[in-house]
Write a protein that binds this ligand. Structure first.
Ligand code: SF4
Length: 316
């Protein structure tokens, strides 16, 4: 595809059921993210130069025209680019407004979810979004990933301080908005499965406590770490140095989140950026039944799909 036609198509458009809500998910094609998180190969699918306002708005129109007959069937609309949909340098303001105008046709919308880095989730930007949607819940989705400062800042190169996140959660509290945070399961090379599980649980505890202080509803989106092809992590770790988490670890973290009273969604796909050998499917003892149970839990948020897999005697 030439760059001109690429500029008029989103990177991804799909539907899913997210914790009981039908969700239209769109990732728009914009200039690539300027951050360089070590594990991320996503910006490789974005443009190296600017995508014009006209082209971005054309992508938005393409999605809404295609889904026009079904728009009233969605209760959630999740959108972003590969980076931050509130970054004015990459996601033109007029196009954001256009997107919110078109989303007004989603008459059953309950949740409008915008994916961004915390830098861009400023009070004025969020007030602007709030003023342009009738969705009762505005959700801001952020990739905080791990509460461990060394892992987050040095290993993953996220460049997101706790202070920044804490400031933005306070803003969400002031505006009555919801936070979804990605939480990585086993965020670093060299970690054992037990360490990876413990770290993800510690991150959920930190986020739950922070959101609790500011009256912010929290959704946890678990991302089992995988080595994305083309990422810095793939180039700088040797085979065997890093082993993806087991499906059992992901299950254990999901159960821990449920026991904390948190809505938890498990990312069980590697966005076509890793093959089977490089994610949990390649681990010895991989149990597809456990993955199926987690998929049902994703769809419904109902933990009864998980309880049959708890060890006998474990609290339910
Ligand atoms: S994880 Fe997000 S912020 Fe980091 S490089 Fe990838 S797209 Fe950019």
């Amino acid at each position: 595809m030439d760059s001109e036609s690429a500029a008029r198509r989103p990177i991804y458009v799909g539907t899913r059921t997210f914790l009981g809500r039908r969700d239209l998910v769109v990732s728009l094609y914009t200039r690539k993210c300027q951050f360089q998180c070590s594990y991320c190969a996503l910006p490789s699918r974005s443009a190296s130069g600017d995508v014009s306002e006209a082209d971005l708005s054309a992508q938005i129109d393409g999605v809404f025209d295609e889904y026009a007959p079904r728009l009233d069937g969605f209760q959630q609309f999740s959108f972003g680019n590969e980076g931050s949909a509130l970054d004015r340098q990459r996601f033109h303001r007029a196009s954001l407004h256009h997107l919110l105008e078109r989303a007004a046709d989603m008459t059953a919308l309950e949740v409008l979810s915008v994916e961004t880095r915390p830098e861009y989730a400023r009070l004025e930007e969020l007030q602007d979004v709030r003023a342009r949607t009738r969705a009762p819940v505005v959700d801001v989705t952020i990739g905080f990933e791990t509460q461990d400062d060394h892992l987050r800042q040095v290993v993953l190169r996220k460049n997101i301080t706790r202070r920044l996140l804490e400031d933005r959660v306070r803003v969400l509290g002031d505006l009555g908005m919801r936070l979804t945070s990605y939480v990585m399961v086993k965020p670093a090379p060299g970690m054992t499965d037990e360490e990876g599980t413990r770290e993800a649980i510690a991150t959920m505890e930190y986020l739950a406590s922070l959101c609790g202080q500011h009256g912010v509803d929290l959704v946890v989106y678990l991302t089992p770490m995988y080595v994305a092809q083309g990422s810095h992590l793939e180039r700088t770790t040797s085979p065997g140095e890093w082993v993806p988490p087991t499906i059992q670890s992901i299950f254990d973290v999901a159960v821990a989140g449920w026991r904390m009273g948190l809505p938890v969604y498990c990312g069980l796909w590697s966005e076509e950026l890793a093959d089977e050998a490089h994610d949990f499917r390649g681990r010895d003892g991989y149990d597809p039944a456990l993955r199926k149970a987690l998929v049902r839990f994703n769809v419904t948020g109902d933990a009864s799909h998980l309880t049959p897999f708890l060890p006998a005697g474990a609290g339910r």
